[in-house]
Design a protein. Structure first.
Length: 135
C-alpha cells in the first residue's frame, strides 16, 4: 500500500514537472494534435477531441507509473489474503484441539475419579521440587 501511495505521489510530481516543461516549449515541438478514433462498423463510431501530442505523452507516462505500482501491489494483496485464511484455519484447529483436550480430560476423570495414593504422593513431591527450584 505504501508503494502505491508513493507511486501516485511521484506520478503527480512528475506530471506537474513535465507539464511545466511542456507548457514552456514552443507549440511546434509538442503541439501536433492527435485525435483518437474507435470504429465498429454499423454499430459505433467514437472520436476524441484533438489533444496535443505532448499532453498525450505526459499522461501516458504518469498513467504507466501508477499502473506498474498497481501490478506490483497485486502479489502482496494475494499474500495477505492467504495469510488471513491460514490464520483463520490455525484458530479453528486450536479450538478443535482445546475441545479434544477437554473431552480427554473428562474421560480420564470418569475412568479414575480418585487418584491413587502413589500418584498423589509423587505429585506432591514434584510440587515440592518445583517450589524449591523456583526459590
Amino acid at each position: 500500500m505504501k508503494r502505491l501511495i508513493f507511486a501516485v505521489i511521484m506520478a503527480l510530481l512528475f506530471f506537474v514537472l513535465l507539464n511545466f516543461i511542456y507548457c514552456n516549449l514552443d507549440a511546434a515541438t509538442f503541439g501536433y494534435e492527435v485525435q483518437f478514433k474507435f470504429y465498429v462498423p454499423y454499430i459505433m463510431a467514437v472520436q476524441s477531441v484533438p489533444i496535443p501530442l505532448g499532453f498525450v505523452l505526459l499522461a501516458s507516462f504518469c498513467i504507466g507509473m501508477v499502473a506498474i505500482a498497481l501490478i506490483e501491489a497485486l502479489p502482496s494483496l494475494f499474500k495477505t489474503l492467504d495469510i488471513r485464511a491460514k490464520n483463520k484455519r490455525i484458530r479453528q484447529l486450536e479450538r478443535e484441539l482445546t475441545v479434544v483436550r477437554q473431552i480427554s480430560e473428562k474421560e480420564r476423570n470418569r475412568q479414575d475419579p480418585y487418584p491413587r495414593a502413589e500418584e498423589t504422593s509423587a505429585s506432591s513431591k514434584d510440587d515440592e521440587k518445583k517450589d524449591t527450584d523456583n526459590n
